[in-house]
Design a protein around this ligand. Structure first.
Ligand SMILES: NC(=O)c1ccc[n+]([C@@H]2O[C@H](COP(=O)([O-])OP(=O)(O)OC[C@H]3O[C@@H](n4cnc5c(N)ncnc54)[C@H](OP(=O)(O)O)[C@@H]3O)[C@@H](O)[C@H]2O)c1
Length: 237
């Protein structure tokens, strides 16, 4: 059983992953902006064994919260051998953005890139001692090709993909294996305003949870670096 940090576990993909891995008996440390959001949900910390289930405040824009979350997790579980980065934001910032949208671009950079970078950095020394650590990152098809008018989001996800490659390279000899999951539209709050494509035909969060679960069963020699999930035809990559 693994000792896993999951960011963005309050909703969407992160929550589905947390529910699945909790059922499987892993030790989970969930990072959320509002810990009270999980009270009276299936991820309520009061309903779980505190030795193997932790909910901690985590804001991707606050470097100190990464450090505090990692330290509290190591204090509780003795180590961390897996991170699943699900926290992320989406903004419709296009190439010719309005002056008042510059903050959106800064936020995309902070949450989607610096957030996972800093969290990984804080946990690196613990991941390094396990010999079979895993880092799973929710990137996007937008980290592989630019499409539509989402310049800011795509920029952040291309940068995140670059970060994944660096984590893979620097972690390889230590047994750290990285997987960048690159879905098209997933049926969560993030895609709720997408109306040109039926929600039932989108990727479902539970399917990504199953993929994460399968990845954790694989040995160091068989970890895919990248998994592209197509719910629509993609011809440009
Ligand atoms: N949905 C899609 O179509 C899609 C497609 C490809 C890739 N992805 C990627 O998959 C990941 C998860 O997306 P999702 O669909 O699950 O989105 P979601 O339903 O909107 O959930 C986003 C999660 O990120 C958390 N979050 C946002 N800002 C944060 C911050 N500053 N600090 C800490 N946590 C923060 C949210 O917490 P709060 O509850 O506190 O807001 C929430 O738990 C994202 O990286 C996204 O870019 C999504």
């Amino acid at each position: 059983m693994r000792k896993i940090l999951i960011s963005g576990a309050s909703r969407g993909i992160g929550k589905a992953v947390a529910l699945k891995l909790s059922e499987e008996g892993h030790s989970l440390s969930l990072g959320v902006r509002e810990t009270r959001d999980l009270i009276n949900t299936p991820l309520d910390p009061n309903s779980k064994n505190p030795d193997s289930f932790l909910v901690h405040s985590y804001d991707a824009t606050d470097q100190k919260s990464s450090k505090a979350w990692v330290e509290k997790t190591v204090e509780t579980f003795n180590n961390i051998d897996t991170i699943i980065h699900c926290a992320g934001i989406f903004k419709r910032t296009n190439l010719l953005f309005n002056d008042n949208e510059i903050k959106d671009i800064e936020d995309l950079w902070k949450v989607n890139v610096l957030g996972p970078w800093i969290l990984t950095k804080e946990a690196w020394k613990y991941l390094s001692i396990s010999n079979s650590a895993r880092i799973i990152v929710l990137v996007s098809m937008s980290g592989k090709r630019s499409k539509g008018n989402f310049a800011g989001y795509s920029m952040s996800k291309f940068a995140l993909m670059s970060l994944c490659q660096t984590m893979r390279n620097e972690g390889w000899e230590k047994g750290i294996r990285v997987t960048a999951i690159c879905p098209g539209w997933v049926n969560t709050d993030m895609a709720k305003e997408i109306n040109h494509f039926p929600k039932k035909d989108m990727i479902q969060a539970n399917d990504i949870a199953n993929i994460c679960s399968n990845l954790l069963d694989l040995p160091n020699s068989s970890i895919p670096f990248e998994i592209s999930l197509n719910c629509q035809l993609e011809t440009s990559i």
